[in-house]
Every structure is written in C-alpha cells, then in structure tokens.
Design a protein around this ligand. Structure first.
Ligand SMILES: *Cc1c(COP(=O)(O)O)cnc(C)c1O
Length: 484
C-alpha cells in the first residue's frame, strides 16, 4: 500500500475503520450461524496451493488481504466452535472471548514485566485460579500457551526444588531423579521429562485400576523399588481428567503419599481442573488443593479462546528460583515503568509475553464462575445422555465408563464376523468429519479402536448428541452392508 506518511498507520482511517466494522460483523455472523455450516471441511488442494506464495514485498489493500482471509482461511478452520465438534478435548470459544482478543490486540501489551495494569489483570486471573482450586492466595502462576507448557514448567520447578538452584548452572550431571505418573497420563508428561534433560525413561508409568485411576499400591511399590536401586524419586504427577476416558486420579491419596515420601506433587488438570467451577462435581478434585503445582487450561472446558494455559505453584520462591535470571537491561526499579516486581518473566521461560490474561479475565467477569460451571455440568449430562443412547442400541458398544464428559464407543453390528471393526470405526469417524456432520476423534482402549466423543463445547445440545448417534448408525450400517 502506497502511503504518504512513513508510519504504518492508515492513510485513510475512516476507510480502515469501515473495514474493521465489516470484519467484526462478519465474525459475529459466523458465530451466529455456526449450526448452518459443516463442522469441518478440508482445505481444497487448489486453495492450499495459494499458501505457497513468495514473501510479498509490495503490500496490497487491506480489503483485498481480508478477502483472501474470507476465501482461504475462515471456512477451513478446525471447527471447534461448532456444537457438533466432539474431537479430542477442544473448547468452543465465546463471542466475548473474541472481543477480548481484539481489545488485547489494540493495547499490544507486553506482559514480560514492568509496571502496568495488564500485569495486574494476569495477577488477578492467577489469584482467581488459586481461589477456584483451593490453593493459597500467595501462590504464583503464569498464563502460558497450554497445559503442555504448564506441565513442563511444573516439572522444571520440581527438578530445581529437588536438586537446588545450582543445577541451573552445573546441569544435571548423573542425577538419578525419577518421576511417576499413570499409564493414562498425557503424552506431554514424558516429553516434559525429556525436555528437562532427565529423559522420558525417568518417568515411571504406573498401571491404572479399572476406573482408569492410578494404582496407588503399584505407585508405592515403584517408589520403593527406585529407592532400593539408588534412584531418587522426586515427583508424582496426578491427572485430573485423563485424556482418553476422563478419569480423575485419587488426588487426596496422592497428596498424602507425596507428603509421606517427601515428593513434589504436580497435578495435570488440563480440562478436569475446571470441575472446580461446579459445586456438584468439585468433590472429584479433593486433594488438588494440596498440590505443589497444578497445570490446566482455560481454553478447554472454560471456553476461553486459544491459547490460554495456566500453571500455579504453591511455593512462589521455589517457582522463581527455577527461572529468575538477572540481566542489566531488565533491572527492576522501585519507581517508574521499571517497577512492579516481581515480573512474570522470572517465573517461566518467556520474556516477551502477550496479553492472554485479558480474554480470561473478561470471560470470568462476564460469565462468572457460575455460568461456566453450568457448562461443565451440562456437558457431563450430555455425555451421560450419549452413553445411555449407546447402551440402549444393540448396534453400538460402549468401551469405557463415563467418568466425566468423554464417551468411548464403537459400531459393532457387522453381519460378517470377519469385518475389521477397527478399520470400520475409523472409516465412520473419517466419514463423519469429511461429511461435515460431526467431528468425534478416535482412541484405542485395550488395543481396540474406539470412537471418542468429548463433549466440551458450551453450544452442544441434546439434538447434536442425537445427530451423532443417528449418523454413526447410518454410516456404520451402510459400510457394513457394502463390506458383506
Ligand atoms: C489437553 C491435555 C494436555 C495438553 O494441553 P495443551 O493445552 O493441549 O497443551 C495435557 N494433559 C491433558 C490431560 C490434556 O487433556
């Protein structure tokens, strides 16, 4: 775009403002009419090819670039805003969350440090999170990309607490640290052990009982075995809401065990920690308030737009000791903009940090913990509705107990006993997704492929559950008949 002033502000503010209003109207229209569109559609190859262009040296009018966005990007997103998106564990986002993203963009605040109100917004959000989970008000925390990074930070703080801050200079040497989590723990947990230099084999995977919760006796035995072998147990990671079936480990017993054994107790509550928003389901989390650190997401069950993960650490001094790094140009002061210590950059790996906190703050202010808790309750009810439909339908088999909001099942009514049910159900899921009908995902339960419906989206209703069941039966029967 040619322009008389050298800065990047528009030559014609009125023109860009009008375009901005149109963008906002289009975005609202998109949210209001979600149900009329496919859940997901694949980006066609001819459009995908347009993402292979060379770096533009000459700009183009904003309206033209926006037209490209409308044509190439908006129709082909993940689909997790849609009420029939049930894949993985994705939050649905909200209209106020969308507006908060826009406001944050206008401020362009950097929350690495310094003395400004956006950091107070983040501190408020961290204090609310601690209050929600029953952790002390003095605990420290950060908003990060997601629970993967939050878990990594938890592991790093635990490692530093076990070895002393000197390990940040001298490295790990041959420290034989060992950590423990159930076999149902998320894949980012072994990766956190890997990334922190201990290696993923330092994580002992403990068997789960029939309800998918960590087997406490097996855990104690593994710790004793490691001690006897000269290893140094330092960390137990409990899961609140396993990613496959939504099981919540017995956090109170894990907390007691960690206290007895002198181990750091970290909880991965990626989505399950949001049970705290519901009076009815909060008791499932009993013991989380005794954790040394908790990682969870606001972008899943709490419906804040991506991305918004959170780490809370009970002992803020231990948290800071794991990350603080003095640098002359980051010198804090008692006056002026360089005041406001302690700074968020001393509690995690990022220096520059965006204003994620605004969308969380506004979401909590606008909906209140109460309305978000109702969403948690309703999605759990819908999961039980789905489980009931499956149990009443001979062509379908439920494959796991419904602990929370995740239902694993599959189509089993193939007349030919030789039919590969894994392949058949994988094909059903792909058909549902490619047809834009619904987007469940798949998992494996005791070696068998399951259709996995995680009901997370606040827009999902009972009619959407019915539509999923009806489509699975229709596609399953057609495919089974064609294969016979
Ligand atoms: C989603 C999830 C994660 C990873 O969280 P991200 O926000 O995707 O990084 C970790 N643990 C569990 C149990 C999860 O469900």
């Amino acid at each position: 775009m040619k322009k008389s002033d050298p800065d990047l502000d528009p030559d014609d503010w009125a023109e860009l403002r009008a375009l901005g209003h149109r963008m906002l109207d289009d975005a609202f229209d998109g949210l209001e009419t979600l149900r009329e569109r496919p859940v997901w559609q694949r980006l066609p190859p001819r459009l995908r090819a347009e993402f292979r262009e060379k770096l533009p040296h000459q700009g183009q009018p904003a309206a033209e670039a926006y037209a490209d966005y409308l044509r190439l990007v908006a129709p082909y997103a993940t689909g997790n805003t849609h009420p029939r998106f049930m894949g993985w564990v994705h939050g649905g986002g909200t209209a106020p969350g969308m507006l908060a993203e826009m406001l944050a963009g206008a401020l362009n605040a950097n929350l690495g440090g310094r003395d400004h109100a956006p950091i107070e917004v983040e501190r408020q959000v961290i204090a609310w999170a601690a209050e929600m989970l029953g952790l002390p008000a003095e605990c420290s925390g950060l908003l990060v990309t997601g629970t993967s990074l939050a878990n990594f930070i938890g592991v790093l703080v635990a490692r530093c607490a076990a070895l002393g801050a000197a390990c940040r200079r001298s490295g790990l040497g041959a420290a034989p640290l060992t950590a423990y989590a159930s076999t149902a723990a998320h894949a980012c947990i072994p990766r956190a052990l890997d990334m922190c230099g201990l290696g993923s084999e330092a994580l002992r995977r403990i068997a789960t009982g029939p309800a998918g919760r960590i087997d406490l006796a097996a855990l104690e035995a593994a710790i004793a075995r490691d001690r006897a072998a000269g290893n140094r147990p330092f960390l137990v990671i409990g899961t609140a809401g396993t990613v496959d079936i939504g099981a919540v480990d017995d956090l109170a017993s894990l907390a007691a065990l960690c206290r007895r054994e002198g181990l750091w107790f970290h909880v991965d509550g990626a989505f399950g920690a949001m049970l705290a928003l519901s009076e009815k389901h909060r008791p499932l989390l009993a013991g989380i308030e005794a954790a040394d650190s908790v990682a969870f997401d606001f972008h899943k069950w709490a419906q804040v737009p991506y991305d918004a993960g959170c780490i809370l650490v009970r002992d803020s001094a231990a948290h800071r000791a794991a990350f603080a790094q003095p640098a002359p140009y980051l010198q804090g002061e008692t006056r002026g903009l360089a005041g406001g210590q302690p700074w968020p950059c001393d509690f995690g790996p990022d220096l520059s940090r965006g204003f994620r906190a605004l969308k969380v703050w506004l979401t909590l202010k606008i909906f209140g913990a109460g309305r978000l808790g109702e969403v948690v309750e309703r999605t759990i009810e819908l999961a039980h509705l789905l489980a009931g439909r499956i149990d009443a339908e001979p062509a379908l088999e439920r494959m796991a107990p419904v602990a929370l909001n995740i239902v694993c099942f599959r189509f089993v009514a193939a007349a030919d006993p030789g039919v590969d049910l894994d392949a058949l159900n994988a094909a059903i899921v792909a058909d549902l997704q490619e047809g834009g009908i619904a987007a469940p995902s798949t998992t494996r339960i005791r070696g068998r492929l399951a259709i996995r419906a995680a009901i997370v989206n606040h827009r999902t209703r009972s009619a959407d559950i019915e539509a999923l069941v009806e489509a699975v039966l229709r596609i399953g029967k057609a495919r089974a008949a064609a294969a016979a």
